[in-house]
Every structure is written in structure tokens, then in C-alpha cells.
Write a protein that binds this ligand. Structure first.
Ligand SMILES: *Cc1c(COP(=O)(O)O)cnc(C)c1O
Length: 379
């Protein structure tokens, strides 16, 4: 099945009890058993829910994986992956991570004795330097948020495999429409389904997809033991969202390209970070591992005064000033004070995320209207 067919049909069967074409929302906490231990595979809704099972199968299919597992949020999915580890284990990850991932690693898991190395992952050789016998996981985010750096999934997962280290890729920014990390050698794919998979800014949700059945069992054990499961309504919304993922992503990419070019040619803009530019340092790798460049980008203006920054950020009318991304509506964000405020300023600046950086999540509105909005706001 091709992608556009999979998003609509994969894992979806008419409901066996009624024939309903859409997966019902099984709003139940438990399931009646005919005799102790005799049940239809459903015992208690923290462990299993039919709406969730259908979504897990659909997610696995669109990531070319065997198994999906759903969580109450993207960070809950990340949390489950780190719980595979033991005190003393080490993780290598990027120095340009989603702020919430950094906070979870640094403020929650570091105190349980897990060591995180935040490094520049732009090539496998720099990652290799940090590998030792305690290294158990390499956590990759690509394209990175918000600087749009590209990390070579094939190179790094090949290196990891050689050392029997797990690789997990946060594929939130690309979505399975643009990139399938399992096909590139990763062991686990993580998504904040809150973003492109849901696509309508109306639900918080996360998921993991994998191929290995042992890994699936371990992560399922964590899912049910720790209990960060999504409700069936939320699973339904993600199921509904992914049916249009391909058409939305196509428009996000088209609009993204036009807006990136508009910004690059604007006299008040100093620099645009978008991985579709041929002179972007990650362009060749992006071209190799992605099927398009998406609608996420960041930029800096020439005038980096706080007053000018505030003026621009508060004067767009179609781009809403908000955290989050990947919805149908365009959003503008100030990473330093919003999405990435949990990263200490010194760390942030050192890693290239300046106070002046503005991030855009380009939506699927008419691109001429979006450009006019930015033109007016930039002045
Ligand atoms: C939003 C986001 C997360 C966290 O997901 P939540 O659903 O907000 O918990 C993780 N990684 C990336 C890249 C994100 O954008």
C-alpha cells in the first residue's frame, strides 16, 4: 500500500459489533469477563483499549514498523524510552533538542543516575567519541527544533548497531510523510502526535513505533505499569487526523518553501534556517533521508533589539503567537522565552539558539495571505 492509502486504510476495519466504518470511541475503564481470565483480549483499559489498539496499528503501518504504542503525550512516550535504562547508563543526544525533552532528561532522569551527553551530532565521528561501555541509547531529533539542523540517521544508527546501542528518533518535525527512521536503521521512532499527526491543535498525544518484539514487550510493560496512556477520545482524534496527513503535509511543504524564500529575500531578515535551501549545511542529508522539507523554519532579523522583536511577534494576524506546531493554522513562536525557555540561556546561546530567533510553523492557509501577513508584520 502507498502512503496516501495507508493513512486512510491501514489497521482500520469496520467495527465488528456494528459495522461502523469509523473506529468507535470505546469510553470504558474495564471489560466484562465470562469466567475468571476468559476475555476477548481486553481486561482493563490502562492495559488495552480497542480505539487505542486500532491507532497503534495505524501508526505502525505509516512508519513502516510492526508495533505502535500510544501515550498521553510526546514527553510521556520519551519518558517510556528512558525507563528502558538503568542507573549508570549513558545516553548520547543532540545539543539542540526540543526544550521539553531536554528538561525531562536533565531535570528528571539525571537525578536517577542516567548520564546524558548533549553534543553536536552532525557526524557519526563526533558521536563515536562519546561511546563507552555504559552507552545504551542514542536519541536523535532531526530536523532539530528550532534550528532545523539535519542529523544523518543512517550513519548514526549504523554506528549504534555496531556497539549494540539503541537508537530512537524523534520524528515529530518530519512526520512519517517525509521521513521513516525505521527504514533508515533506527530501533524506535517517537512522535509528539500533538503536532502533525493530530494536525488540528486539539489534542495532546504521543507514540512509539518499533519492529523488534522484545523491545515492544519491554515498552508495553512500561506503558501499562507507568500508566501514561491516552484516553480513547484522544486516540480517535489522532486516527481522524492521520487520514489527511498526506494532503496537509503536501501543502505545509509547498507553503513552507514559498515562505522560506520570501523571508530569505526580505531586506529586514538576516538569516533563515530551513533545510530546503541548497546552501543549508544539512541539505544533502535531508535530500537523502527526507521526501520534502516541511513547513517548519526559523529566522533572525537584522534589527535584533527587544523592542523590534516584540513588535514583530505581536503584530502578525494569521500567524498566531503560540507554542506548539504542526497544526493546519500558522504559528509564530519565540523559542528563547516560549518553547525553549527551560534551557539555560548560556547553553542555548552556545548552541546557536539566539534571543533573536523566531520560529514559524507554516500552516495550510492560502500562502499569499500568509506572505502578506508576514510582510505587514516585518514592515
Ligand atoms: C512537542 C514536541 C515534543 C513533546 O510532545 P508533547 O506532545 O508536547 O508532550 C517532543 N519533541 C518535539 C520535537 C516536539 O515538537
Amino acid at each position: 500500500m502507498k502512503f496516501a492509502t495507508k493513512v486512510i486504510h491501514a489497521g482500520i476495519e469496520p467495527d465488528p459489533s456494528t459495522g461502523a466504518i469509523m473506529t468507535p470511541i470505546f469510553q470504558t475503564s474495564t471489560y466484562v469477563q465470562s469466567a475468571p481470565g476468559e476475555n476477548k483480549g481486553y481486561e482493563y483499559a490502562r492495559s488495552q483499549n480497542p480505539t487505542r489498539s486500532v491507532l497503534e496499528a495505524a501508526l505502525a503501518a505509516i512508519e513502516n514498523g510492526k508495533y505502535g504504542l500510544c501515550f498521553g503525550s510526546g514527553v510521556a512516550a520519551t519518558d517510556a524510552v528512558i525507563k528502558l535504562l538503568q542507573p549508570g547508563d549513558e545516553v548520547i543526544t543532540g545539543n539542540d533538542l526540543y526544550g521539553g525533552t531536554y528538561r525531562l532528561f536533565n531535570k528528571v532522569f539525571a537525578k536517577f543516575g542516567i548520564k546524558f551527553h548533549y553534543i553536536n551530532m552532525l557526524d557519526a565521528a563526533s558521536v563515536a567519541k562519546y561511546i563507552n561501555q555504559n552507552t545504551k541509547l542514542i536519541w536523535i531529533e532531526t530536523p532539530t527544533n528550532p534550528l532545523m539542523n539535519i542529523i544523518d540517521i543512517v550513519d548514526i544508527s549504523t554506528l549504534a548497531r555496531k556497539h549494540k546501542i539503541l537508537t530512537c528518533v524523534d520524528n515529530t518535525f518530519a512526520s512519517p510523510y517525509l521521513q521513516n527512521p525505521l527504514d533508515l536503521g533506527a530501533d524506535i521512532v517517537m512522535h509528539s502526535a500533538t503536532k502533525y499527526l493530530g494536525g488540528h491543535s486539539d489534542v495532546i498525544h504521543g507514540c512509539l513505533i518499533m519492529n523488534d518484539s522484545d523491545l515492544r514487550e519491554k515498552l508495553y510493560f512500561i506503558q501499562k505499569s507507568c500508566g501514561a496512556v491516552p484516553g480513547p477520545q484522544d486516540c480517535f482524534l489522532i486516527l481522524r487526523g492521520i487520514k489527511t496527513l498526506h494532503v496537509r503535509m503536501q501543502r505545509h511543504c509547498e507553503n513552507g518553501e514559498k515562505i522560506a524564500n520570501f523571508l530569505r529575500n526580505h531586506p529586514k531578515v538576516a538569516k533563515v534556517y530551513w533545510c530546503g535551501f541548497q546552501d543549508h549545511p544539512g541539505y544533502a542529508i535531508a535530500k537523502k533521508q527526507m521526501r520534502g522539507f516541511g513547513g517548519m523554519m526559523s529566522f533572525e532579523m537584522k534589527d535584533q533589539s527587544a523592542a523590534e522583536l516584540k513588535r514583530v511577534l505581536s503584530s502578525t494576524k494569521l500567524f498566531s503567537l503560540a507554542e506548539s506546531l504542526g497544526g493546519i493554522e500558522s504559528m509564530i513562536n519565540h523559542p528563547a522565552t516560549m518553547t525553549h525557555a527551560s534551557i539555560p540561556r548560556e547553553e542555548r546561546i552556545k548552541n546557536g539558539l539566539s534571543d533573536a530567533l523566531i520560529r514559524l510553523s507554516v500552516g495550510i492557509e492560502d500562502v499569499d495571505d500568509l506572505i502578506s501577513d508576514l510582510k505587514e508584520a516585518l514592515g
